[in-house]
Design a protein around this ligand. Structure first.
Ligand SMILES: Cc1cc2nc3c(=O)[nH]c(=O)nc-3n(C[C@H](O)[C@H](O)[C@H](O)COP(=O)(O)OP(=O)(O)OC[C@H]3O[C@@H](n4cnc5c(N)ncnc54)[C@H](O)[C@@H]3O)c2cc1C
Length: 395
């Protein structure tokens, strides 16, 4: 086994690095986190630049418009874009990282032709309408009802926690098409255009002060049957494909970004005081910084494994749950360290003066959501127990 980069991989890195060096100086600063239309414009403009330069859908197969990068090139792409602090995938998260990949695996040719180019070009923003007020961890209990009426499903019900719901063009949505069947067998995965009559999106204000997600009220929304992905009542299986991408590969770039943030925290620790010396001289703080660095190294090793596994099988395995669980825990520790170092300055929402250009405080609030979004940590533990360790199923 030769673990060195090949000439082609090194050339890919050089080409990408040169492109990033060239374009990033002309990319404006991101807009305020509370202006969602501006954030959409910013994120989709970056996606368009990636598309024009041939980097959109880096690991999507070439036949579906992606770059078709090898696992190693994919990892190089994550490393280089994060190290250069290129814009985050942002509003394109759902489309690019799990709805699009689900369509590649599960949709018809017509559906792929209709939707994949818009995601890659940054023309279309997607959201996810899975959770409901009484169906989060117990997602299979969802009740949003779809009644067949000729060539349409007529959908009535409520969704909640729909990230980017207020700026999305399409929604990957789960609806109940059979109320008599056992709960996992009466669900269907559909594509809902967000401009259909009967959809009301009400933003929810979060502790962070923004409205990253919304409630969605659906009143007899007529969704064409041709928008169904997979068979009627087979939506639970399709949703598992979506989750394998969402939990498996969607959060990978966070590891590199987090390791960069840790370097920033190490610098901060040399400039702030803990008791009578700098925080860096406090051996407990230094030890925690070292432990966190080791944890990020371990996660990057896991990342490599998952990327190559996803490439081999087409779909990431349940190992993504181990990664997501670990990421949520490590990120909580890392950002808690930020609070400890910044002390009273943590109370500020954004202005840390000369100390750091990174919003460590905002990151702390964000990491609290990591153990809930895309399936809570308890649910990931259940998956690890049942699907990896082979322990008895939860009743
Ligand atoms: C930032 C963020 C963005 C989100 N974006 C979206 C989105 O775009 N689209 C979408 O559809 N949803 C989204 N969600 C919703 C998310 O998927 C749910 O919040 C999550 O699945 C948990 O569901 P719940 O909130 O109903 O909590 P519950 O399911 O009510 O869980 C409450 C608590 O009980 C625990 N629990 C529940 N069942 C079990 C069990 N069987 N074993 C052990 N413990 C259990 C949970 O772990 C949790 O601690 C988002 C959430 C967040 C935080």
């Amino acid at each position: 086994m030769d673990l060195r980069f090949t000439k082609t991989e090194l050339a890919f890195r050089d080409e990408l690095r040169a492109w990033l060096d060239d374009v990033l100086p002309s990319v404006p600063s991101p807009p305020s986190a509370t202006d969602y239309q501006a954030a959409r414009a910013y994120d989709t403009a970056w996606q368009r630049r990636l598309f024009d330069a041939g980097y959109a859908g880096i690991n999507w197969p070439k036949e579906f418009g992606g770059r078709g990068a090898t696992p190693t090139e994919h990892l190089i792409y994550i490393e280089e874009t994060e190290r250069a602090r290129a814009p985050y995938v942002g509003a394109n998260f759902v489309g690019l990282l799990h709805a699009g990949p689900t369509l590649i695996v599960e949709a018809t040719d017509e559906q792929r032709t209709k939707h994949l180019p818009g995601i890659l070009r940054g023309d279309d923003v997607w959201c996810q309408g899975f959770s409901e007020p009484n169906a989060g961890s117990d997602l299979a209990g969802l009740q949003c009802r779809a009644i067949r009426d000729g060539d349409h499903y007529v959908v009535t019900g409520q969704k909640i926690w729909t990230s980017n719901g207020q700026i999305a063009d399409y929604c990957e949505m789960l609806v109940r098409t059979d109320v008599e069947a056992p709960k996992h067998r009466g669900i269907t995965w559909v594509i809902m255009p967000m401009d259909l009559p009967g959809i009301e999106v009400r933003p929810i204000k979060t502790a962070h002060g923004n409205s990253e997600f919304s409630e969605m009220f659906l009143d007899e929304v007529r969704i064409p049957v041709e928008n169904r992905v997979g068979a009627e009542n087979d939506g639970w299986r399709v949703a598992m494909v979506t989750f394998s991408f969402e939990r498996g590969t969607a959060f990978l770039s966070e590891v590199i970004a987090a390791a960069e943030d840790l370097r920033d925290l190490a610098e901060i620790s040399k400039r702030v005081l803990s008791k009578s010396a700098t925080a860096w001289e406090d051996h407990e703080i230094r030890r925690e910084i070292g432990r966190l660095q080791a944890d990020y190294d371990a996660m990057w090793a896991m990342t490599k494994r998952m990327v190559s596994q996803a490439q081999r099988t087409g779909v990431p395995g349940p190992g993504g749950s181990v990664f997501k669980l670990f990421l949520a825990d490590v990120q909580k520790r890392a950002t808690a360290l930020g609070y400890q170092l910044l002390g009273r300055m943590s109370l500020a929402f954004d202005d840390l003066g000369e100390l750091s250009h990174i919003d460590h405080v905002g990151k702390r609030i964000y990491t609290l959501t990591l153990s809930i979004a895309a399936g809570t940590s308890q649910i990931q533990r259940n998956i690890v127990a049942e699907r990896i360790l082979g322990l008895p199923k939860e009743r």
